[in-house]
Design a protein around this ligand. Structure first.
Ligand code: ACO
Length: 428
């Protein structure tokens, strides 16, 4: 007999079905609750709400497990490539050699962006934050490819949109950087793989030859893999909810980029470096900042610490920490900011406040240090996160459309004034 749960509301007892996932996660299906009782559930921040069922990513925050389509993140980070992981997330299985060759070739051939879009980059102020430039250009793609706007009817065209997005995001990201430093943009080159091509567009200049360093290529590719999906986080939920209105994929992804920008989410990687630089410039020692983070009247938080679901350790942070040491060693980078990060980590991990609340370094604590070491400017860090997360957003959007999910529309508990009569201005 299938499991059920009971809820007592006043004198009424309601039996509700229990849904069970493949990893034995349990949820109480409350979809009929309001119809049967007039009550809704209340869960601000959705800390306890399963908004969908999904076959893409499994994570167990207590055990520190993260798997894409069943494959452990540790194996993918070590053995796979970002483009292969993107295929896995979007199409559900690892590609065969022939499938990968076709996928990779199509992505490579779509990296050019329409020449008219160059004017957008030139029109943005030099000081424009690259996340704003990225979101604007991603939604602008919809105006260049209006034939693929209907998510329900045109599967082939949507598939082309998927390839265009993955291909063009790297060009848009690199060009937003080139614009900010006043350098000419660098066009994509088909001889490079995905990550090499991005690095070439970022760092190649007309005055010097540039060849991507394999150590840097590997580290960056791994970072993209680690960020590729993370089930129903803030930006992914945004992509799904925007897409649930049957808004096109470009619009849904641009909304995801906007959600990612905030310092409590993807913007944390930029915030970590800024925080460490502040601590360094302040020169007042570490304890002052630990105390500030613990003070409830002070809004300061240790950026890169804590996570909504990981309450023991973030498995991505474990992988990244090692990769960070390797990259700095191989590139011979001596960075006082890294020493500071290590000190901060040590002090926080031994402090009762952080221990009691299960606050550990998350993926963003170390990713910024790697980006910094390979020469990516701080303002581009969240753009790097967006590039990595794109296949996850696409996979989640595609699943939501395939499952014919209804439009996302939460309810609320109203706490404003009850009905009152309008009074003309003079009499108020
Ligand atoms: N520094 C100091 N205290 C913290 C921190 C932190 N980084 N994070 C959480 N806390 C404290 C809170 O003040 C709260 O204390 P209380 O119980 O005494 O009130 C307790 O720990 C629980 O924190 P919540 O904010 O309720 O936890 P939530 O799950 O809502 O938030 C979040 C998770 C947003 C990641 C939070 O830990 C945070 O702000 N961290 C810093 C920003 C950051 O690194 N974000 C990146 C997340 S990873 C990602 O998006 C890829």
């Amino acid at each position: 007999m299938s499991e059920t749960a009971e809820i007592r509301v006043g004198d009424q007892v309601i039996e509700l079905p229990v849904v069970t996932g493949t990893e034995n996660e349990k949820g109480i299906d409350i979809r009929k609750l309001r119809d049967q009782t007039g009550y809704i559930t209340f869960d601000s921040g959705y800390k306890n709400t399963g908004a969908t069922s999904s076959a893409i990513t499994f994570l167990d925050g207590e055990k520190g497990i993260l798997r894409y389509r069943g494959y452990p993140i540790e194996q993918l980070a070590e053995k796979s490539t970002f483009l292969e992981v993107a295929y896995l997330l979007i199409y559900g299985e690892l590609p065969t050699q022939a499938e990968f060759a076709d996928w990779s070739e199509k992505i490579t051939r779509h990296t050019l962006i329409h020449e008219d879009m160059k004017e957008f980059f030139e029109a943005f102020p030099r000081k424009a934050h690259p996340m704003g430039v990225l979101a604007s250009n991603l939604i602008s793609l919809s105006t260049f490819y209006p034939e693929s706007l209907d998510p329900d009817r045109e599967e082939e065209k949507v598939d082309l949109t998927i390839k265009r997005l993955i291909a063009k995001i790297s060009t848009i990201a690199a060009w937003s950087h080139k614009n900010s430093v006043g350098h000419p943009v660098v066009y994509p080159k088909n001889k490079y793989n995905y990550t090499e091509n991005f690095l070439n567009m970022m760092f190649s200049v007309p005055t010097e030859d540039y060849e991507p360093d394999p150590v840097v290529v590997k580290a960056l590719d791994q970072l993209l893999i680690l960020h590729a999906d993370h089930e129903q986080n803030c930006s992914t939920s945004t992509v799904r909810i925007v897409g649930s209105s049957r808004a096109n994929l470009y619009a849904s992804i641009a909304a995801g980029v906007s959600a990612l920008w905030g310092p409590l989410h993807g913007g944390a990687n930029q915030a970590v470096i800024e925080m460490l630089e502040n601590i360094q410039a302040d020169g007042g020692g570490m304890q002052k900042w630990i105390d500030k983070a613990k003070d409830k009247n002070d809004p300061f938080r240790i950026m890169g610490f804590g996570h909504r679901v990981y309450k023991n350790f973030d498995p991505r942070a474990t992988i990244i920490k090692k990769s960070c040491d390797d990259v700095l060693q191989k590139l011979g980078v001596q960075d006082p900011i890294l020493d500071l990060a290590k000190q901060l980590e040590h002090v926080a991990l031994n402090d009762d406040y952080f221990k009691e609340r299960n606050l550990y370094p998350n993926v963003d604590f170390y990713s910024g240090i790697i980006y910094k070491a390979i020469g990516i400017p701080t303002e581009m860090f969240t753009v790097m996160f967006a590039m990595g997360r794109l296949p996850g957003w696409i996979a989640q959007w595609k699943e939501m459309i395939a499952d014919k999910e209804p439009i996302g529309r939460p309810r609320q508990i109203y706490t404003g004034p009850t009905e009152r009569a309008y009074k003309p201005m003079s009499g108020r």
